[in-house]
Design a protein around this ligand. Structure first.
Ligand code: COI
Length: 356
């Protein structure tokens, strides 16, 4: 059944593709749906993108019961609008929902709403390499109440934003501070959920790292302060002696879809790709021995982001002469090739939404 649509009075023109940054421009419409205990998720609709009202006592504003996702739609060379691994993202949305005691969504229903929204907003999907239409589904609690409890009501939104590279450096290597003072997540906590709390946790460290000239921070585990976790905006991977190594999913890092894509593609190429605990000492030792070949991040927003420099307790190491490594390059080309329809989709990750 088609979802009811209220069209916006003013339709904006699309921005120039070569000037796109990240997350500042939004399309004319959004998908919305509500939850109440008696009705479940109900009233899916597409409406103009605009401000909405909540009471100052809205529970999300006070206690952060909220989750989100980040998905991308692309315009292929033959003018199809496609989405990448959309079921994996929506299933992860439900895993985050479990962590935050938010009622699960029906993936098929939300996907249908998303596809209908993309059909309406297809002119906003850019085509230049490195650009995409970023899809941001999110759910907030809507009870007006200042006691701490699980909300009885929720609203789900899907908003769309044409984007370029997440980091100003684009596909050039970034410089990262290994954080030894603050922690992002703890065992048994919310680390693997895509929820605002994890990003709130990162802000102070981020501000301090920026002042010191770093693009991002690399988090270590909260207990030993030695095992590598993630960057916060992306997962992290190391190429040591020909092997790709990334921290195992331990409950406190995000189960990245791009991380999974990298591991699956690398293994398909016959490259050894291992998920295990890896300490910062091991990375520095590999550097000292000359076996640390590459470091790169993976994320939906960041895609593949090479790391050119790490700094831990004031000791800096330069990776691959601060140049993008061969593996990061090959992975970027292959994954974006799938997304822009230049590579045959042998994994079945790309779904066509509509044709222009
Ligand atoms: C994404 O990569 O989609 C994310 O959600 C990271 C966000 C901080 C931009």
């Amino acid at each position: 059944m088609a979802i009811p649509v209220t069209m916006a009075d003013i339709l904006h023109s699309v921005p120039a593709e070569d000037k796109l940054g990240f997350g500042t421009i939004f399309t004319d419409h959004m998908f919305v749906m509500d939850y109440e205990a008696e009705k479940g998720w109900h009233s899916p609709r597409i409406v103009p993108y605009e401000k909405f009202g909540v009471y100052p006592s809205n529970m999300t504003l006070h206690y952060g019961q909220a989750i989100f996702e980040g998905i991308k739609a692309f315009r292929t060379e033959d003018d199809r609008i496609v989405v990448f691994r959309v079921n994996d993202y929506l299933n992860r949305f439900n895993q985050s929902a479990d962590h935050l005691c938010i009622p699960r969504i029906d993936v098929r229903e939300v996907k249908q709403g998303l596809f209908q929204l993309l059909e309406i907003e297809k002119k906003w999907v850019p085509s230049k390499l490195g650009t995409a239409l970023y899809i941001r589904p999110f759910i907030i609690a809507t009870d007006p109440y200042v006691g701490v409890k699980v909300s009885d009501t929720y609203r789900l939104f899907i908003i769309l934003s044409p984007v370029g590279a997440y980091y100003a450096a684009g596909f050039n290597p970034v410089s990262i501070k290994v954080e030894d003072k603050y922690v992002r997540a703890t065992p048994g906590g919310l680390g693997e959920a895509k929820t605002p709390a994890n990003y709130a946790m990162s802000l102070r460290a981020q501000v301090e790292a920026k002042k010191e000239g770093y693009t991002q921070v690399l988090w270590l585990d909260a207990i030993h302060r030695k095992y590598i976790e993630e960057v916060g905006t992306m997962n992290i991977l190391f190429k040591i002696n020909g092997e790709i190594i990334t921290p195992a999913l331990n409950g406190s890092i995000l189960s990245g879809i791009t991380r999974r894509t990298v591991l699956e593609v690398a293994r398909d190429w016959g490259v050894k790709a291992t998920e295990r605990q890896i300490s910062i000492e091991e990375v520095y030792e590999a550097h000292d021995k000359g076996t640390l070949e590459e470091v790169f991040g993976s994320g939906t927003a960041a895609v593949i982001s090479p790391v050119g420099e790490l700094s831990w307790k004031g000791k800096k190491i330069t990776i691959n002469n601060n140049q993008t490594g061969e593996t990061a390059h090959k992975l970027f080309d292959y994954i974006t090739g799938l997304q822009y329809g230049k590579q045959e989709d042998k994994f079945g990750w790309v779904e066509t939404v509509t044709k222009l």
